[in-house]
Design a protein around this ligand. Structure first.
Ligand code: ADP
Ligand code: MG
Length: 344
């Protein structure tokens, strides 16, 4: 199979360029010069974010296809722009490639990138390509924009604000567990497939974020869930300045997660609280806006759950259990690269 030695750096870049078909009129100079040149819109604030994916840390090439990896690498960046109420429009990518990388792998990877670029009208306007001694390394930086008065940040939640989350939680974490253990025979394959797909092909919540940005609702804080509900919620609480109460009965579980947890005798609530790589939006609004929020999401057929409330008790994250008891939650129960918590 052809590998990248035959093409060399410039041959490779030309191949990438020809695979990327999204052309934005705002990009005056794309791939091919020392910098990309683009125009920004008036009355907007610019958002920029970057995310790296390292083989063996973030993905395993035995379980994800090149096309899925391309999609996911861009999706996780789009999710950060969505988390602030923005619209992505331009990205650049750096690749660290082992010598053995095949051109077929890269063609499929770029096909994944291109399909996400097309779906969200993003132009991939440049990058860098270098050799990596052993493992594949991907870094994407993304630009987005938001209306000046509609940038949603992690800070701003107040006691009494109501907590909402889009979609269902922990499907991705369970999908990863299924991929790792491969002990999937005992569970219905339809459910397993759904969970694994949520892990390999997450969907950024741009529709929901745009819904919020275009509404008149006051979104007091927002974050996208990458490290688990409890850990990311603690960021909305200013780490330990505020607290939160969650209601177990309101947490969003998918049928697939419930089914797998039942088969394996796992506690689905623990999974939903810790999750990881959910890429759902967690946000707070004022109590008086709850009705409007619910009807806005209902009309748009967008999934959202009202899961709790911000409190003034510093650092206290409390789960009100279905059995009437209260459980105190530790903010540190999510993913942390350098602490090596429950997932690797
Ligand atoms: P320089 O030496 O000035 O850094 P390069 O030779 O690295 O320039 O890059 C040449 C052009 O190719 C630039 O426009 C750069 O953004 C683009 N490019 C390099 N690698 C990639 C890649 N993996 N995907 C897309 N564009 C790339
Ligand atoms: Mg240069």
């Amino acid at each position: 199979m052809a590998n990248i030695k035959h093409l060399g750096e410039f041959g490779l870049i030309e191949r990438f360029r020809s695979q990327l078909k999204t052309r934005s009129p705002r990009v005056i100079k794309g791939i091919g010069d020392d910098c990309a040149v683009f125009s920004s819109k008036q009355d907007t604030l610019q958002l920029i974010s970057t995310d790296a994916l390292v083989e063996s840390v973030h993905f395993d090439l035995k379980t994800i296809s090149a096309e899925q990896l391309g999609r996911k690498a861009l999706t996780v960046n789009i999710s950060d722009i969505a988390a602030m109420g923005g619209t992505p429009y331009l990205a650049v990518i750096s690749l660290g490639l082992p010598q053995s990388t095949s051109t077929r792998f890269l063609d499929e990877f770029y096909s994944g990138l291109q399909s996400v670029c097309k779906d969200y009208k993003i132009e991939l306007a440049g990058g860098d390509t270098v050799a990596s001694p052993q493992q594949l390394f991907i870094n994407i930086s993304i630009l987005g924009e938001a209306r000046k008065d509609r940038v949603f940040t992690r800070t701003g939640a107040r006691p009494g604000n109501q907590i909402f989350v889009t979609g269902t939680l922990a499907d991705s974490a369970m999908g990863l567990q299924l991929l790792k253990t491969r002990k999937i025979k005992s569970v219905s394959s339809k459910h397993c497939r759904a969970l694994i797909q949520k892990h390999l092909e997450p969907i950024p919540r741009i529709k929901e974020s745009t819904l919020l940005a275009k509404s008149k609702l006051q979104v007091t804080s927002m974050i996208d869930l990458s490290d688990g509900l409890v850990q990311d919620l603690s960021h909305l609480c200013g780490n330990d300045k505020l607290g939160a109460e969650l209601y177990e009965a309101k947490l969003p579980f998918s049928q697939a997660l419930k089914n797998v947890c039942q088969q394996k005798e796992y506690d689905p609530t623990d999974w939903v609280l810790q999750g990881g790589e959910d890429y759902e939006l967690l946000f707070t609004i004022r109590q008086e806006d709850v009705k409007k929020l619910n009807s806005l999401f209902l009309k748009a057929d967008a999934p959202v759950s009202h899961i709790g409330e911000i409190t003034s008790f510093p650092g206290k994250l409390v789960l009100n259990k279905i059995n009437g008891r209260k459980k105190f939650l530790k903010a540190s129960t999510g993913f942390n690269h350098f602490k090596r918590s429950q997932r690797s």
